[in-house]
Design a protein around this ligand. Sequence first.
Ligand code: NAP
Length: 214
Amino acid sequence: MPKKRNGERLRLGIMGGTFDPIHLGHLVTAEEACQQFNLDHVVFMPSGEPPHKDKRKVTAAEHRYLMTMLAVVANPKFTLSRLEIESKQPSYTVDTVRRFYELYGDNLTLYFITGADAILDITTWKDYKELLERCSFIATSRPGYSLQKLQELLGSAFSVIMRHIHLLEVPAMAISSTEIRRRVAAGKTIRYLTPRPVEQYIYKNRLYIPHSLD
Ligand code: NAP
């Protein structure tokens, strides 16, 4: 786990997502967040049983974890955690954040990095007020993303909540996990959309091919 010498404050980013599969957009996002927010490390946190996911069956956690490991292993600032995939409970971000404070104490500045779309319903998340107090959010938007959707959904709470949320526009997020799954299912190339070892892992394990989809 990341450590800091001399009792200095540790600045960590938790990169939360399903990562089904991880792609270059996620890696560029984490690198950009690391630099812009002066983070010591980014901890990739594949979701275990995502609380809001009933639309489609998500690929087994162990596959998503291993693909994430293949993608992050070469970057010394990146690490990954099994915390959420090993949890028997649904993955609530506030529980993950509490665990980080238990592990590192209060000498910690925490950022939660995820997609701007993923936080549209943040006010329905478990203990969201505590969550916003204990960590800032870095919400990644795709090119052309407008804050209007968030503003409409949050109404009067918008300006208060936006104090805790930083928007980061990442052009490489034009790549999406959904598009990668579709392309594999259609027999199209995914080269250069995800690191080569992840691409090879997908083919070797026959992920996202039509007979393995619902
Ligand atoms: P998702 O549906 O997989 O993704 C929603 C959108 O955000 C997609 O466009 C996705 O693009 C993008 N995205 C997801 N993770 C990203 C990341 N780390 N960086 C950049 N873009 C990202 O979202 P999700 O996985 O359910 O939720 C994201 C995170 O929020 C997870 O850690 C989840 O546990 C947490 N969450 C917590 C609660 C709660 O505590 N109640 C509720 C909802 C979500 P791609 O498909 O290309 O990744």
